[in-house]
Design a protein around this ligand. Structure first.
Ligand code: IMP
Ligand code: MG
Length: 179
């Protein structure tokens, strides 16, 4: 079992780099079909989704697709605080746009619910949700998620953009906290 140490914790390999890339390719194929003719605006939720957004967006072939960044923060350590702060908002016009929100992970779902509420205030035509990882057992809110990369049990993960106290984001694969 391949393990890594991040700060004081040990993590075990759970989703390899190859598996992540393969799944992103599949999601992109689906999005390219679904979003044809829409001139979609992808919204990368910072910080965690930057790698997912970067790898996915390279595979988006829909004409006039664009990308922007939205920054929220809610986590402290390995537990969701339930409090979401907006750190960086939009400068672009979202009115009547097809927006695709790109998130690294949906855990309690509170961040995503809050993000969608904030985005809806700009009157987009439609908002689609894409998350690389989803923890169905942890989710506390009703969310209509359009694209899910991987469903995982209610465990803490790091790597591929996801952090443990700001560390571990640079790992190219996803690792689960060892029991
Ligand atoms: P939620 O509001 O509880 O759904 O949390 C969403 C945010 O918490 C994500 O955007 C991540 O930044 C962070 N998060 C949730 N689960 C994990 C995890 O297992 N590892 C690292 N960060 C996580
Ligand atoms: Mg995040």
């Amino acid at each position: 079992m391949k393990t890594v140490q991040v700060l004081d914790k040990t993590f075990e390999l759970s989703i390899s780099e190859e598996k992540i890339q393969e799944r992103i390719e599949q999601l992109a194929v689906q999005m390219n079909k679904d979003l044809e003719g829409q001139e979609p605006l992808f919204v990368c939720i910072l910080n965690g989704a930057f790698m997912f957004a970067s790898d996915l967006f390279k595979k988006i072939t829909v004409e006039n697709a664009s990308i922007t960044f939205f920054r929220l923060a809610s986590y402290e350590g390995t537990v969701s605080t339930g409090k979401v702060r907006k750190i960086m908002g939009f400068t672009e016009d979202l009115e009547n746009k097809t927006v695709v929100v790109l998130e690294d992970i949906i855990d309690t779902g509170i961040t995503m619910e809050n993000t969608i509420e904030q985005i809806n205030a700009y009157n987009p035509k439609q908002v689609k949700i894409a998350t690389l990882v989803y923890k169905p057992e942890a989710c506390k809110v009703e969310l209509d998620i359009d694209y899910v990369g991987f469903e995982i049990p209610n465990e803490f993960i790091v790597g591929y953009g996801l952090d443990y106290n700001a560390k571990g984001r640079n790992l190219p694969a996803i690792y689960t906290l060892a029991k």
